[in-house]
Structures are given as structure tokens and as C-alpha cells.
Write a protein that binds this ligand. Sequence first.
Ligand SMILES: [Zn+2]
Length: 223
Amino acid sequence: MKLPGEIRYIDFHTHSQGGGGDTVAVRNLMAGDEVPSDFPANTLFSAGIHPWQLTDDNLENLQTELLLTAAHPHVVMIGEAGFDRLRGAQGEVQYRAFLFQANIAGEMGKPVVIHCVRGWDELRRAHREVKPGRPWIIHGFRGSGSLAASLAEEGFWFSLGAKGLTTEVLQSVYHEKLLLETDESGQSIAEVYRLFEAAAGYDEQRAESLVRNNFKLLLNFNL
Ligand SMILES: [Zn+2]
């Protein structure tokens, strides 16, 4: 995908319609959702089996649904997928669902958007097992600086929203493997950029070109 000069913002993960104008938005679809027939310009999609959707017996259906959605040319990433110790199916089912998605992402050459709540051991185990060729991006990260640092060392990318933009985390991750998002916050992505600039000590232009380049790098592998 070419990013025209007028693009200022990339909203890496959102559940609402955010594209158009000066913003590229990656809207998240859950398995079973279809790519809408009509959507604003500069909208891309991720599609995945969210751990909250999973029960102990719907995995096979969701896998079939996901394969249909993921084949759409505007679906550029697989996810959000991952581990949630507080909600969703039991751990073993979550792990199977995740590996399925990591493997199709690998076959399709797409990055994976990760949802992870207290499931870091499982995520690391999957990462060691799959050894992905394309980045896995932990979205909505809100953990400590030391957790961020160890995950960054292992090769993970991060997508941060307003609540994750702490100085501690920004000192612990690689800024060339960093993206910004609104998720379900209802905030504008411009606001999230302003918080990032304040926390990282960047001016507008530097922040915008950094994230734009990271996003291009992430997806250009695909073209
Ligand atoms: Zn989300």
C-alpha cells in the first residue's frame, strides 16, 4: 500500500470507522464479521478469533469463518488473537485457537495483532514454537517497563493507546517497532499522537513520520 503525502495519522487498531481524510485506520473484525461492502477511504482490516469469542466448542466454526474473511484483499493482518486469563475459553482452547491463527498468518505472510491479558507465558511459548517470519504486534499494552523491555528483546512490536503511553514503557521498547491506536476508547487518534509526543519528547512531524514509516515497513513486506 502506498501512503500518500497527506496521511498524518495511522490508527493501528480500532473497533470503529476511523479511516479517511488524513488518517489510515485498521479496523478490527472478529471471526464471523464480514468486511463491509462499503467503507471510508484509507481503511484496512484485521480479522481474527478474539479469545472472548471462544467457547469450549465453537473453535472449528470460527476457524472456517475466519478463513473466509481473511481472504479479502483489504484484510492485511490476522488478529486480534491471543490470550486472556480473565475471560473466554479455557487456556488450552485459547492456545489452539492462537496457533491456528499464527499458522495461517504465516502462510499468508501477514503480521499478527495480539490481545494479551496476563497470558504472557503462553504468548512466549507460542512465539518460541512458531518462530514467526512476520512481526507479532502486542496491541493495547499496559504493562510495566520491565515486561515491555523483555518482550521487545524477544522481537515483539507494540501498539500503544492513551493508557499505555508511559515514559517507562517508551524507554523500554524500540521506537522503530511502535504503533499507536484508539481501540475502543472513543478518543481521536490525533489526541493519542499528542500524548505520545509529550511522553516521548518528539515534535509532531517526528512522531508522525516515525509511525508512518513503521507502518509502511510492517506492511511493505506484504507487497
Ligand atoms: Zn481491540
